[in-house]
Design a protein around this ligand. Structure first.
Ligand SMILES: [Zn+2]
Length: 256
């Protein structure tokens, strides 16, 4: 029964993953998400429904467009597969209201994280509309399941601390360190992770971001006029804390 449910949720995740690809591609360009059928990014030909099956179509078409033969990026099936696996992993063991709410919460957070991650890599943007949806989901969860002092202090710290650091950095160096999207994301994450958790997120993401940045500089992959996207560092650290809380607490205890 559990495996059967898992497969059901896996297929659901694949379909949502297919939609996330559309969001990642179109949302930053302010294009319509629902009404227009997907087209090949190279030749623009509208795809038939059987070219649009998550992961399967990519395998059948051997990674090439059915019309022009151009290569289709591997990221499409990767995003679909990842979303499917996340849904499988989070799938409830029985259908109850409580378990479904938990599934919906964690799965929506994961979906927004995937979109944020890819869009920030592509465009160096954490979009306001995605942050707003995340805020609504996290806030509703917090109001229902978390204590008021926990989520209010977490949210305030998550928003004010990075804002203060950015302001100081700007005053001292005349440079803007963190983008507005990063600061808003920290604030939203603080609501869920609480005061200690969000301090750990800020600390760890700066560490991960610096290591990543220095590696890119060493490999000559980054130039001064094209700085790295910082969002992925925040998202990777926060995902670790949200989805593997017991491991995150162990790592947290090494530092605090
Ligand atoms: Zn094509």
């Amino acid at each position: 029964m559990e495996l059967f449910l898992g497969i059901y949720f896996f297929i659901f995740g694949l379909l949502i993953g297919s939609f996330l690809n559309v969001v990642i591609l179109r949302l930053p360009l302010k294009k319509d998400l629902i009404h227009k059928r997907s087209g090949c990014p190279h030749c623009g030909t509208q795809l038939k429904w059987f070219h649009n099956l998550p992961v399967l179509s990519f395998i059948f078409l051997r990674g090439k467009c059915a019309f022009c033969g151009e290569k289709i990026s591997l990221r499409y099936p990767v995003v679909e597969m990842l979303t499917g696996l996340v849904a499988f992993w989070l799938a409830p063991s029985e259908i109850s209201t409580y378990q479904l709410i938990q599934f919906f919460f964690y799965f929506s957070v994961a979906s927004i994280f995937i979109c944020h991650f890819m869009i920030d890599l592509d465009h160096h943007l954490l979009l306001d509309n995605l942050n707003l949806i995340l805020l609504i989901i996290v806030l509703s969860y917090a109001i229902y399941f978390l204590s008021l002092s926990y989520w209010v202090t977490g949210g305030m710290l998550g928003f004010c601390l990075p804002l203060l650091v950015t302001w100081l950095f700007y005053k001292l160096r005349g440079q803007i360190g963190l983008g507005g999207g990063d600061i808003k994301l920290y604030g939203i994450l603080g609501i869920f992770l609480g005061p200690m958790g969000i301090i750990f997120t800020i600390f760890m993401s700066c560490l991960v971001g610096s290591i990543w940045g220095l590696t890119m500089i060493a490999l000559n992959k980054m130039t001064k006029d094209r700085p790295m996207a910082f969002g992925p560092a925040i998202l990777v650290v926060a995902a670790f804390q949200i989805f593997f809380p017991s491991y995150a607490l162990i790592v947290q205890s090494w530092f605090f």
